[in-house]
Design a protein around this ligand. Structure first.
Ligand SMILES: O=C(O)CCC(=O)C(=O)O
Ligand SMILES: [Fe+2]
Length: 352
């Protein structure tokens, strides 16, 4: 997920996966994944029964108790759900998918224009290499701050395809509405004051978009698309590829595939919402596997609290039966990256 500052280590920028494929080079050793779940990469996993939730029914004042209960149960059990009726037509979601595909299909020279610079997070590229024993993810990315609007680095926003910027601008506006609805609904689902999460999250929140491109991979049994991680956001809104699966959530040591519902957005809890609700909602560990024949795209948008806000369990969720589990954190995103690259969960740093 979004990391907003980096350790002062020197970074090597490596080739993108797409460039590696074009060069015809053999699979480099640093793509061979050795994590504890490596043996399960090539195995077939069961499909997760992830609840489908109607966002229209969560919106106050017409929110439905039944849908709020479904939300609470989905976020406590899986830490995620498939959101439908979220205010965007399938045709528009397809347009977002299409501009994403068109961008990654540009020639290396054209994409180069939007490259991430060493030490900075925004732009086109792949994993930053900060240590020699780091396993690389089989994915290329375009990482853009999309909100607040006045902090956008527009020079990194593709102008090819020509509708890219306008599409992303419109998508951002829709996600801002969903963010507010969801934070209120999460509070209502727990019978808390409607604005308690929203107030802590802050009005000047940040949205970061990560466009992911996973080229076909010669060794899906040995190479990972994205290593297991939980997001450091408050929550994440993911637009999945319409045809190719890859995302898996972990529950009690079992990996579950996330089904494709073309008109749905996959929304998952991030560490900061887990902290705010004192662990009632779970920030789920997830990973992405690769595909031998097909490429896959996705667009993850990380909804991040205002960095000046202190994030901690809200009043209504701490009591004798449920003592406070997490410390107060601030600018959590900044510790995230280092933990991720070491294969550790940053939320460990917040547990009391
Ligand atoms: O590609 C996906 O489906 C998910 C990517 C993801 O987990 C992330 O970007 O944090
Ligand atoms: Fe993620």
């Amino acid at each position: 997920m979004a990391e907003t500052s980096f350790p002062a280590k020197t970074e090597t920028i490596s080739k993108t996966v797409q460039d590696l494929i074009i060069s015809g080079q053999e699979l480099p050793q640093n793509y061979i994944y050795k994590g504890s779940d490596a043996a399960t990469l090539g195995a077939s996993q069961p499909l997760g029964q992830i609840p489908i939730i109607d966002i229209g029914l969560l919106t106050s004042p017409s929110s439905s108790r039944e849908e709020l209960d479904k939300l609470r149960s989905a976020l406590s059990f899986w830490g995620c759900f498939q959101a439908i009726n979220h205010g965007m037509e399938l045709a528009f979601l397809d347009q977002v998918r299409e501009v994403t595909k068109q961008f990654f299909a540009l020639s290396p020279e054209k994409k180069q224009k939007y490259s991430r610079e060493s030490g900075s997070i925004e732009g086109y590229g792949n994993d930053m290499i900060i240590s020699e024993d780091q396993t690389l993810d089989w994915t290329d990315r375009l990482y853009l701050g999309i909100s607040p609007e006045d902090q956008r680095q527009l020079k990194l926003w593709p102008d090819d395809p020509s509708s890219f910027r306008e599409t992303l601008h419109e998508y951002t506006a829709k996600l801002e509405v969903i963010t507010q609805v969801l934070l209120k609904a999460m509070a209502m689902s727990l019978n808390l004051e409607e604005n308690c999460f929203l107030d802590m999250y802050g009005e000047q929140s940040t949205l970061f978009a990560r466009f992911n491109f996973y080229p076909p991979c010669p060794r899906p049994d040995q190479v990972i698309g994205v290593k297991p991680h939980a997001d450091g956001s408050a929550f994440t809104i993911l637009l999945q590829d319409k045809e190719v699966e890859g995302l898996q959530f972990q529950k009690e040591n079992q990996w579950y595939r996330v089904p494709i519902i073309p008109e749905a957005l996959v929304i998952n809890v991030g560490d900061q919402a887990e902290i705010m609700c004192n662990g009632i909602f779970k920030s789920p560990v997830h990973r992405v596997v690769t595909n031998l024949e097909k490429e896959r795209i996705s667009l993850a948008v990380f909804c991040i609290p205002n960095s000046y806000k202190e994030i901690e369990p809200v009043n209504g969720v701490v009591n004798e039966a449920r003592p406070r589990l997490y410390r107060t954190v601030k600018d959590y995103a900044s510790i995230y990256f280092e933990y991720y690259q070491r294969g550790r969960r940053p939320i460990e740093a917040a547990i009391i």
